[in-house]
Design a protein around this ligand. Sequence first.
Ligand SMILES: [Zn+2]
Length: 142
Amino acid sequence: MNGQQMKRSEERKAPSGERPTRFCPACYAMNEWHAGACARCGAPLETPRDFDARLVWALGHPDGATAIRAADALAARRTPGAIEPLGRMAARDDDPYRAAAAVRALRAFLPDARAAAHLAEARRHPSVIVRREADAASGARG
Ligand SMILES: [Zn+2]
């Protein structure tokens, strides 16, 4: 593995063992569990009930590890509605591990043309970690 790119990836973690909190489904701000609406944006604090919709929602989660688990689960389930959200996650340049996880997940959707388009785009990603995942999709393992 490339040690140079491995420094950053820790993201804010939800405080655990304290009072229960949950993330706003609209803006991902952390709120008191029993709050009815988001303190930051005012959206109702209800996450989607449908499991696939919840996984797609989790792709934007502030906790990178949660987002990566969601991407893996969506890949295993091949949820058709996940391709575009995974494409957006793959294009993010704030956390290469997160983007790489999205690229890895998109590979599970091949030969879907939309997935292929996102993978082609990911081959020009600023992070080598992401580009390497995208290259692996085209058979050029690196
Ligand atoms: Zn909010």
